[in-house]
Design a protein around this ligand. Structure first.
Ligand code: AMP
Length: 498
């Protein structure tokens, strides 16, 4: 199929052609004609599938008729993070270049005054993160009565981040008669129930299940030799040593390094810089201008290594990324696919290394089940032939990590084998060792929320973190997993449609 067959206008087709796209991706092929017909969409698709264009292209054409009124946006796109919201806004610029649509980006960390001014002029498309949108709404900055198309993007990530109550509230402020486009990389029961409530007779579209990392990505598992469960600092130190070796020996041109916790992003970034690496960091506690500047520098090749968290890097689209490192094994198997999918794009080769130790076995098993094959174990000696020459003295190094500088042998000395690592049985995985303050994954809210935000909203992510923690702590049977903090919306009691 070609783009001309989808029913899009000449203006949009011209912009698509300028973008260099020759044919629609599967989700574009399946979604665009239905969106143009006014159908609701339930799309199971991840970033990287061309999902954004599958809703922006037809929206541009639908919006061609009609005019925006002051403070009354005609369409609303909800995104879980500022980065994703910004990327969607950029998509509108690219695909809408031959039309004259007005758009506003309402995200935390940017001046609210400016955002209100843009809304005052009237916008066709409002792209927002839920927290900031509600803030602005509560202050009387906008009226949502005129929204005719609602897009809820990355719904599963919204759930992870504790945004679902906010999303529900926003949906209650929008007319019931509307077109709703709902996307999620995964469809857990909570998301399915939510979709049942928000959508009317949707066209269901599933593309490229997230269990298919690009064939061009060479994946390796690096087992770190460590056994003392109480010495987590020692483990982190060994991992940092292993990472630096890999960076040098695998001739890394540019890389994303993922940590599970914001705190570890900071520590690792500091350590890499101390060792003379050209590194920056990205996570949700940094100010929006700092995040934007870092991202732009990384995309422009001015920074080689970006240490980041999942949420901050979700959907980051970098053309030519040579490496992805999982400094921590992700706790959600889907995140593994998202992370390594940042490399090996557009048919290029990519390398993905995952640093793990015996207690990560449970998560590795889940990942291997999802991708349908074992992650090959990096054989001893393959990449640690040359010793990295520290560019600074060991004495200096001691500072960031507050640990004595001793060279640990990071990469497992396991005998050559393609068999998956047979370390501790899954049941021994000490998930419960993760303390509340270290709770991983959940991210944006503290920073997403402007300084003035009421504590009520800031409290939600904590609840979300707690519930994720609960879900992982299988050692605590009987504990309910809500995924929504204290909030228990009525629709959760609805049966899931088959
Ligand atoms: P997304 O899934 O929306 O994050 O898109 C991932 C990447 O695919 C972006 O860099 C888009 O510019 C690109 N893309 C979207 N549609 C197409 C297409 N039809 N052909 C080639 N690239 C595309």
């Amino acid at each position: 199929m070609i783009f001309d067959d989808l029913g899009l206008s000449n203006e949009v087709l011209k912009a698509v052609n300028d973008a260099g796209y020759t044919e629609p991706t599967p989700i574009q092929e399946k979604a665009i004609p239905h969106v143009l017909m006014g159908r609701d969409i339930l799309g199971c698709a991840q970033t990287g599938t061309g999902k954004t264009a599958s809703f922006t292209l037809p929206m541009i054409d639908i919006l061609a008729s009609g005019r925006a009124r002051a403070r009354m946006p005609r369409t609303l796109i909800l995104e879980p993070t500022r980065e994703l919201a910004t990327q969607v806004a950029e998509n509108f610029d690219v695909y809408g270049k031959y039309t004259s649509l007005a758009k506003a980006l309402i995200i935390g960390g940017e001046s609210m005054g400016e955002q209100v001014k843009i809304l005052d002029r009237g916008v066709d498309v409002l792209i927002a993160t839920p927290g900031r949108l509600l803030d602005l709404f509560d202050r009387g900055g906008m009226i949502l009565n005129d929204v005719k198309i609602l897009v809820i993007d990355e719904a599963d990530r919204m759930l992870d981040m504790g945004f679902i109550p906010d999303v529900e509230k926003i949906v209650s402020l929008i007319p019931k008669i509307r077109q709703t486009l709902f996307f999620s990389a995964t469809m857990p029961p909570e998301i399915k129930r939510l979709a049942d409530v928000f959508l009317m007779n949707p066209r269901e579209i599933t593309v490229a299940p997230p269990a298919t990392p690009a064939e061009k990505i060479a994946q390796s598992l690096v087992m770190i030799d460590h056994s003392n469960k109480r010495d987590m600092d020692g483990l982190a130190k060994k991992k940092r040593d292993a990472l630096r070796k890999l960076i040098v020996e695998d001739k890394v041109r540019n890389a994303l390094v993922f940590c599970n916790r914001k705190r570890d992003v900071d520590i690792l970034h500091k350590s890499l810089v101390k060792h003379g690496h050209d590194a920056a960091r990205l996570h949700g506690d940094l100010s929006q201008p700092a995040r934007t500047e870092t991202m732009n520098k990384f995309k422009a090749g001015e920074i080689a290594i970006l240490v980041c968290s999942d949420v901050a890097a979700r959907g980051l689209d970098i053309d030519d990324l040579s490496h992805v490192f999982n400094f921590d094994v992700p706790m959600h198997a889907e995140d593994y696919v998202h992370r390594i999918g940042r490399t090996g794009r557009a048919g290029r080769d990519g390398r993905a290394f995952t640093l793990a130790w015996r207690e990560d076995r449970k998560y590795i098993d889940a990942i291997e089940r999802l991708i349908g094959k074992p992650i090959p174990l990096l054989k001893s000696g393959k990449t640690n032939a040359a010793k990295e020459t520290p560019r600074i003295s060991p004495a200096e190094e001691a500072t960031p990590d507050a640990e004595p500088e001793k060279i640990a042998a990071p990469v497992s000395e396991a005998p050559s084998s393609d068999a998956p690592v047979s370390e501790a049985p899954a049941s021994e995985a000490p998930v419960s060792e993760v303390t509340a303050s270290e709770a991983p994954v959940s991210e944006a809210p503290a920073s997403e929320a402007p300084a003035s935000e009421a504590p009520k909203r800031r409290a939600k992510p904590k609840a979300a973190r707690k519930s994720q923690q609960d879900a992982k702590e299988e050692a605590a049977p009987g504990k309910p997993v809500t995924g929504m903090g204290d909030h228990m919306p009525a629709f959760l009691a609805n049966p899931v449609k088959s």
